[in-house]
Ligand binder design. Structure first.
Ligand SMILES: NC(=O)c1ccc[n+]([C@@H]2O[C@H](COP(=O)([O-])OP(=O)(O)OC[C@H]3O[C@@H](n4cnc5c(N)ncnc54)[C@H](OP(=O)(O)O)[C@@H]3O)[C@@H](O)[C@H]2O)c1
Length: 367
């Protein structure tokens, strides 16, 4: 199953809105076929593995990181193909959370007389597909908040310069994070300060183009903003409220942007409505790139799942220099806590990552 999970991982960032899936056909202790789901619309992992195995699949065991489907999606259901192959046993890591499958795939296999077991490396399989599970079960994207800051916690200098706080390797890693996302989101403050492109810049060029999203209640985005001319025009979304000036909205649309008029909360874009709209557009993974005001808004709305902070070996100082999370702030008891923290060097910087603890989790040492 570990090998099947590693196969699935090869398509990271390419399968959305589908999950990553890997499959391995094993007979007499040897692998006779393997496969993974390469992109939405391409054959499912189990079909690739069974095709590779050919007649050797008869009497074999199939290791599969996600329950096989029983419904017609972009491709035909897989359960009949598993039955036709003459497998003896199927080992599934985790059930598909999609209500159209959820146990039905496994049940159909055992009703047909196959030996079926579910739950092998289940936690790892869930972790592999956190965006997919969040999107299917909560109808919202999995949100990663990404920050680049100095060791003293500043995301730009006192005079608002933020290019570049981190080194070239960390910036490369940040583009890799972008490549795994279906949408990259920033606040209007960041567009006005930094004029970012919000594109994925990797070598070789990345095959998918995440949405570039600006949260901009009053449609203040300048028509000269780089985010409007970078990449395909239709992939830039500007989220505004009803009170945005109609002429500015029209000017943004004429530049090719899609303007999403969303409900307001306290006069600003309602972020819960924004992520629901993005989920409807098949955004399963969202990368939130600041700035501090928007980060605070997402955190307060309970919409952040994971935090990735690049820490540069520099001290910027300045009491007015911006920090990663603005908003009103919280007391120690109410702070947003993180679990499963890790840190690793990326070039000369450190990447610190962790998950936002939900109320029902035990946060060690802070009860
Ligand atoms: N180093 C880094 O990682 C990094 C990354 C990004 C930015 N930055 C820095 O951060 C600074 C900009 O940050 P910022 O805090 O001024 O601006 P920001 O967070 O980029 O944008 C904040 C604006 O977003 C709009 N907004 C709309 N709906 C909102 C909601 N529900 N909650 C919160 N905001 C909402 C508000 O303007 P409206 O009310 O007009 O809509 C708000 O003023 C710059 O200095 C930039 O260089 C650094």
């Amino acid at each position: 199953m570990m090998q099947a999970l590693a196969l699935a991982e090869r398509a990271r960032g390419l399968t959305s809105p589908n999950p990553l899936v890997g499959a391995l056909v094993v007979k007499d202790g040897g692998v006779v076929g393997e496969g993974y789901h390469a992109r939405a619309g391409a054959p499912h992992a189990e079909r690739v593995a069974l095709t590779a195995a050919g007649p050797k699949a008869r009497g074999a065991t199939l290791y599969l990181t996600l329950e096989p489907c029983v419904h017609q999606g972009r491709t035909p259901p897989c359960v009949p193909a598993l039955l036709d192959a003459g497998l003896r046993r199927v080992v599934v890591a985790v059930l598909d959370p999609n209500p159209r499958v959820n146990g039905a795939g496994a049940a159909a296999l055992s009703q047909a007389g196959l030996e079926v077991s579910v739950g092998c490396l289940e936690a790892e399989a869930r972790r592999l597909n956190r965006p997919f599970f969040t999107w299917v079960t909560e109808r919202r994207p999995f949100v990663t908040l990404k920050v680049a800051m100095s060791l003293d916690g500043k995301i730009s200098s006192w005079n608002r310069a933020s290019r570049w706080i981190t080194g070239v390797e960390a910036r490369g890693e940040a583009h890799r994070l972008r490549s795994e996302a279906d949408a990259i989101v920033v606040g209007i403050g960041t567009v006005l300060a930094d004029d970012p492109e919000l594109t994925v810049r990797l070598d070789p060029p990345w095959q998918r183009e995440p949405y570039r999203v600006i949260v901009d209640s009053q449609a203040r985005t300048p028509t000269s903003a780089r985010v409007l001319s970078a990449g395909s025009p239709g992939r830039t979304l500007v989220a505004v409220t009803e009170s945005a000036d109609a002429q500015r909205v029209t000017a943004l649309e004429q530049r090719g942007a899609q303007v999403l008029t969303l409900p307001a909360r306290d006069g600003r874009v309602d972020l819960t409505a924004l992520v629901a709209e993005l989920a409807r557009r098949e955004v399963t993974a969202l990368l939130l790139e600041g700035g501090g005001e928007l980060n605070a808004g997402f955190l307060e709305a309970g919409l952040v799942d994971r935090v990735a902070v690049f820490v540069a070996p520099m001290l910027l100082g300045g009491q007015d220099a911006p920090t990663p999370v603005r908003g009103p702030g919280r007391g120690l008891k109410e702070a947003f806590r993180l679990t499963g923290m890790t840190a690793r060097p990326v070039g000369e910087d450190l990447l610190i990552e962790g998950d936002i603890a939900r109320g029902d989790e035990d946060v060690h040492g802070h009860c």
